[in-house]
Design a protein around this ligand. Sequence first.
Ligand SMILES: NC(=O)c1ccc[n+]([C@@H]2O[C@H](COP(=O)([O-])OP(=O)(O)OC[C@H]3O[C@@H](n4cnc5c(N)ncnc54)[C@H](OP(=O)(O)O)[C@@H]3O)[C@@H](O)[C@H]2O)c1
Length: 301
Amino acid sequence: MRRFPIAPGAPEFSAIAYGVWRLADDPEGAAPARVRAKIDACLEAGITTFDHADIYGGYTCEGLFGKALAEAPELRDQMEIVTKCGIKVPNAALPSTRVKHYEATPAWIEYSVDRSLRELQTDRIDLLLIHRPDWLTSAEETAEGLVRVMDSGKVLSVGVSNYSTHQYALLTEFLGAPPATNQVEISLLHMDALFDGTLDQCQTFGVHPMAWSPLAGGRLFGETEAAVRTRAALESVAAEYSATPEQIALAWVAALPSQPQLVIGTNRLERIQSAAASHDILLERQHWFELWAAAQGRSIP
Ligand SMILES: NC(=O)c1ccc[n+]([C@@H]2O[C@H](COP(=O)([O-])OP(=O)(O)OC[C@H]3O[C@@H](n4cnc5c(N)ncnc54)[C@H](OP(=O)(O)O)[C@@H]3O)[C@@H](O)[C@H]2O)c1
C-alpha cells in the first residue's frame, strides 16, 4: 500500500484509511476481539490510518476502539489515529447539549482532545479535524484552539472536514499554514469536490484530501436510477480489470490527481482486504470518463 505525508511536513498515512463511523453497528458486535479483528485485517493489508470522530456511535466508537488498543498497546505505534471534534449532539455524554450544534472554540477543542485521548486510551492524536465549520466561531479563534492542542504535544497535526474553499483559505490565514487536509465526501455518486474547487485547492497546497464514503456509504448498491446505471458501468469496466465493481469505484476516486486518501467504512473483514487490493488498479482514462458519464447520466460537455 502506498504511503504519503497527508500534507508537507505532516505525518505519513496509508493511501486507504479505515473509518470507524459504523463500528457500533457491526452485526457481529463491537467487543474488543471483534474490533481487534478489523484492526488486524487493516494492518495486514497495509491500512494503518484509522479515522474517528468523537460523535461516532453516539460518542461510543472511540471508547470501543480504545478498549481493543488497551489490550494490545503495541498496536498504537503501528497506526495513525485521526479524530474530529466540533459537532455536539444531545447525548448523556454531553448533558448540557439541548440542540444539535457546532462548536469550534478553543475551549471546546481542548476539552474534546482530552476526552478523545481518554476514550482512545492513547497519548497522542496524529491528526485532529474540525468536523464541520462552526458559523459562530471566528477562524482566528478556531486557529488559536488548534495551535494550543498542537503546542501541548497532544495533537501532531490539524485539518478540517466539510470546509468550503473560502473557509479553508480563511483558516489558513490564521493558522499560518494550510490545514493538513480537507476531509470531504467524494464518490461516483457525490462529485461536488470535483466541481467546487476543493480538490484544486488541495493541489495548490500539496495537501491530500481525505475522501469520505468513497462507495457513497453503500448507496452505490441501492436501487436509485443513478446507482443502477453506475453499477452497470462498474460491472462492465470491472470485467476488463479482473476486479470487482467496488474495487473499480474506489480506483475511480483514487485516480484523482489530488490523490485523495480513501476512507472506507465496511464492517466486513473480506471487504477490507478487497478494498486494499483496489489500490493496485490504475484506471485507464476513457474508463474513468465512461464511469463519470454513467454516474451523471449525461456525457461530459
Ligand atoms: N467527515 C465526515 O463528515 C464524514 C462523514 C461520513 C463518513 N466519514 C468517514 O468516512 C468513513 C467511511 O464512510 P462510509 O462507511 O460511508 O464509507 P463507504 O465505504 O462508502 O460505505 C460503507 C458502507 O457501504 C456498505 N457496502 C460496502 N460494500 C458493499 C457492497 N458490495 N454491497 C452492499 N453494501 C456495501 C458497507 O456495508 P458492510 O459493512 O456490510 O460492508 C457500509 O455500510 C466513516 O467511517 C467515517 O470515518 C466522515
